[in-house]
Design a protein. Structure first.
Length: 359
């Protein structure tokens, strides 16, 4: 079984793709985004996968890759085109190479034109291809900087992508109109730049008259991506919370396990907010010592009772209502808020202390 997910970064309109073989648990990511590394790592953990590769379709000019950061956190390896001239990759790819994950693999096709180092990754059964900025949905990447060439791009699309089976699905590196996927057949017929009867000369004339502004992050993104996303001075974006051992869910919420909460629950280091109803708070499961009872329905009107300078841990029976509470706290500007994973049910199973429990 092949696991496939299409992920999106709204700031740069970048698609990141997760592919994994279920039997081995080995996974790879195509075009990860630096600011989304925490999200991607959380999804990989929740699916029980091991990230073995991050792959770049090219050296990006509109966002910084998350490849280096994911390697630091998860031990994955970085691969991109040899022609991209980036430093710090674990493997440099060329036409005809193969990147394996478990018993599955992606074939590497060199598709320069947007940049010298553009690659398209083709799934082993040729049912999917990941075209980066070479071929977009009803469009293509620009050719006016980063060693771009309209003649090379035209050849790349026609020789390396349009020769794939008509039913092969094409997943691009970006889309700015909410479109998610296309196919070889569709782009052969309907792509206004490269499909139908468009000649190389027609295409070159079209591309030379786009008059597009350079990407806003060009001066930041390209130098960083030539280092595979490694920040200067090893500065990490979005530093991990230091007040307790937390983990981030795919939904973007911080969670704390019972053992970790036990280690910081004493001496007023954190504020424990129980968002159950009063009958539950005083009921069979009891409550964590020193927890404040603020039912979820009253939380929005009770925020003034909480100290914004101290971490807040939200608690409920199973972790569901308290997850909503953490989202509300984050929206209200509480920078240090976490959900007790599994709620009071897991707290009791793990031997956490309780008050007023009814045995």
């Amino acid at each position: 079984m092949l696991i496939f997910r299409q992920l999106f970064d709204a700031t740069s309109s970048t698609y990141t793709y997760l592919l994994a073989e279920r039997a081995s648990g080995q996974a790879l990511l195509i075009d990860p985004v630096y600011e989304q590394a925490r999200r991607d790592a959380a999804l990989i953990a929740e699916l029980g996968l091991t990230l073995v590769w991050t792959l770049e379709t090219h050296v990006h000019a509109d966002h910084v890759t998350g490849a280096w950061l994911l390697r630091e956190r998860l031990g994955s390896r970085i691969a991109l085109a040899r022609a991209g001239a980036a430093q710090g990759a674990d493997h440099l790819l060329e036409q005809g190479d193969r990147v394996a994950f478990g018993a599955r693999w992606l074939d590497v096709r060199a598709t320069p034109g947007h940049t010298n180092g553009c690659l398209t990754y083709v799934q082993d059964d040729e049912s999917r291809a990941f075209s980066g900025d070479c071929l977009l949905i009803r469009g293509c990447g620009r050719t006016d900087f980063q060693q771009g060439s309209s003649h090379m791009l035209y050849a790349s699309v026609h020789e390396q992508i349009f020769t794939l089976p008509a039913t092969c699905l094409i997943y691009p590196g970006h889309d700015y109109n909410g479109l998610t996927v296309t196919s070889v057949e569709e782009e052969r017929r309907y792509n206004p730049r490269l499909g139908g009867e468009v000649s190389e000369g027609d295409f070159a004339g079209h591309m030379s008259n786009l008059n597009l502004p350079h990407p806003k992050k060009l001066d930041i993104a390209v130098p960083a991506n030539l280092r595979c996303g490694r920040p200067e001075g090893d500065a990490w974006a979005g530093s991990e919370p230091s007040w307790a051992h937390l983990h981030c869910t795919f939904g973007g919420l911080w969670e704390i396990d019972p053992q970790a909460l036990s280690e910081v629950a004493h001496g007023g280091q954190v504020q424990i907010v129980d968002v159950r109803e009063p009958a539950e708070f005083h009921g069979p499961l009891g409550h964590i010592p020193d927890a404040q009872l603020i039912p979820l329905g009253s939380l929005q009107d009770s925020l003034a009772k909480l100290d914004r300078g101290r971490p807040v841990v939200a608690v409920c029976r199973s972790g569901s209502r308290s997850a909503r509470a953490v989202a509300m706290l984050q929206q209200a500007g509480f920078a240090q808020a976490a959900n007790l994973a599994g709620g009071m049910l897991r707290w009791r199973v793990d031997g956490g202390r309780v008050d007023n429990a009814q045995e």
